[in-house]
Write a protein of this length. Structure first.
Length: 276
């Protein structure tokens, strides 16, 4: 059955997109979890809807509109946080609401019906064309190269900004770079699970991996494997059950997180029993 399904080009594209998304989740999601930027990731994802609406309104590809809008919002958040000292959580709430409102307004002002809107909101990995797959691959490769080149600096500013300043690292520039990397990750994941569910795929696999990792590198590797298991497993399940792929992927990841919590709880009970 698996080999017969892989005979279809659309399914091969979906598998490739799932693997690309898994790499992005594992790398950037680890920074998101350690730096506690989960809410910010959700804010950027929902802000992307403003770009989708703008794309429909201007008659351009909504995917490109979402990409440009998300990157602009990431730069705006970084600048406001640095210049005016606004708390990140406050900015996230404003961006989250304003992005969704902007998208709704532009779509309402666009004549006719907005095609593929459901796919942008909830994702449809089975309908990713080869052109979008190439764009996703280029973005993922860029993310991988940037993180590899600046890994130690990014890890330093993620764990302790004050320590990074003492080491004379460009903390402001590194934080802005991290925001841009999160924005690029949102763009990659947009077609896989959609705007609504991006935050889950970006955070659940790394959250699972953190419990079994002793370093940032091992956390990233385990997170990539966990994300790949969720995306590929969810992809086959959704196809077999004829249900939405994005939701299936996230529910499978949630199940994995629940099993991890149960395993940690059982391990704690065994430790208490041995101590008693």
């Amino acid at each position: 059955m698996i080999l017969s399904i892989l005979g279809f080009e659309f399914f091969r594209n979906a598998v490739a997109a799932g693997l690309i998304a898994s790499i992005v989740c594992g790398i950037i999601g680890s920074f998101v979890i350690v730096k506690r930027l989960v809410s910010l990731s959700g804010g950027l994802a929902h802000a992307a809807f403003g770009g989708v609406g703008l794309g429909y309104f201007l008659g351009v590809d909504p995917f490109l509109g979402a990409a440009g809008f998300t990157l602009a919002i990431a730069l705006l958040i970084g600048t406001i946080r640095e210049k005016f000292g606004q708390y990140m959580e406050t900015l996230t709430g404003v961006v989250w609401a304003a992005g969704m409102a902007t998208g709704i307004l532009f779509i309402a002002l666009t004549p006719g019906y907005a095609p593929e809107l459901f796919g942008f909101l909830f994702g449809n990995i089975l309908l990713i064309p080869s052109e979008d797959l190439i764009i996703m691959g280029i973005l993922a490769l860029g993310i991988l190269l940037i993180v590899t080149a600046g890994f130690n600096q990014l890890v330093a500013v993620t764990f302790d900004e004050e320590y990074a300043r003492v080491m004379n690292l460009p903390v402001t520039a590194l934080l802005l770079l991290l925001l841009l990397l999160i924005a690029f990750s949102v763009i990659v994941l947009l077609r896989v699970v959609g705007i609504i569910l991006v935050i889950a795929l970006l955070t659940i696999p790394p959250a699972i991996a953190r419990e079994y990792s002793g370093s940032m590198r091992s956390m990233m590797c385990l997170s990539v494997l966990a994300a790949a298991g969720c995306t590929i497993g969810g992809l086959f399940l959704s196809y077999a059950m004829n249900v939405p792929s994005g939701a299936t992927i996230i529910l499978l990841a949630t199940l994995g997180y629940g099993l991890m919590l149960f395993e940690r709880w059982m391990a704690g009970r065994r430790t208490q029993g041995a101590a008693g």
